[in-house]
Design a protein around this ligand. Sequence first.
Ligand code: SF4
Length: 290
Amino acid sequence: MIDTELQVSPSISTHRWDRVRQALLFSSQQLSNCHLCERHCGVDRWGGQLGFCGVGAQSRYYSALVNYGEEPFLSPSYCIYFTGCEMRCIFCSAHEWVVRPGSGEMADIETLAAGLNPSARTVSFIGGNPSVNLHDILRFIDLARPAIPLCWNSNFYETPGTLEHLFGIIDVFQADYKFGNDACAESLAKTPHYCEIVERNLLLVRDQGRLVIRHLLMPGHLDCCLLPISRWVRANCPDAVFFLMTGYIPWGVVTRLRPTSPMCGRVSSDEISRAEEICDRQGLKWLKAG
Ligand code: SF4
């Protein structure tokens, strides 16, 4: 395990605000022909069309609060939870907000900026997924101009263009690496070409600020998911912080649709011990949260 008191500094400079303006232009253009993520819907969100994520031109959110449960070196973090996502994980804790993004509160940027509490050490953009809400996140940053590090907490299914427009703006990339093979990604999240896309994106950002790779340990998925992921991270992103999350809860539709699936259970203490051994054996810089 590693020291939990890592230092993360915000990149506040004139350069950041120039980058925000460039990214706002990019995101505004994308809303006319949306390729913000690898679903590549090509819809005109300004014109009222909806793609796979179901998010229109105006973002919505379901919570905005100072959260003490993020990675220790990022907490407390002012977390904004946007609706809508380009994945469909059957165990998602935010399932309702993912499949019905229109049911969230309209993301009024002034209200969200006013909620930026001085006790927060960082600001985290979460979902659903932030990438499908890029435009309003950038508007928030431009208005609030936070003097603390900005964290992009994402499934990493964005296009390279989306990620590259965050360079110089985002200080910490918190990337999910959920599935160690495409069959599990298809079966559990209806997400094609998963490993290739996530690995490409991790390589793209690994030298851009602090990289945290998050893996939610799933029951029965150590050999097929954690093991190949840990090997890949060791070989390709050895300086990244690997955040092992052991508190899997079968949220969402899994208990309704697959009542006999191992995914309806919890991760056993034996599996947690074995996962820790894998992280140690691979020599990862890892942290654990239950
Ligand atoms: S952000 Fe939404 S509309 Fe745009 S490509 Fe992704 S899923 Fe489709």
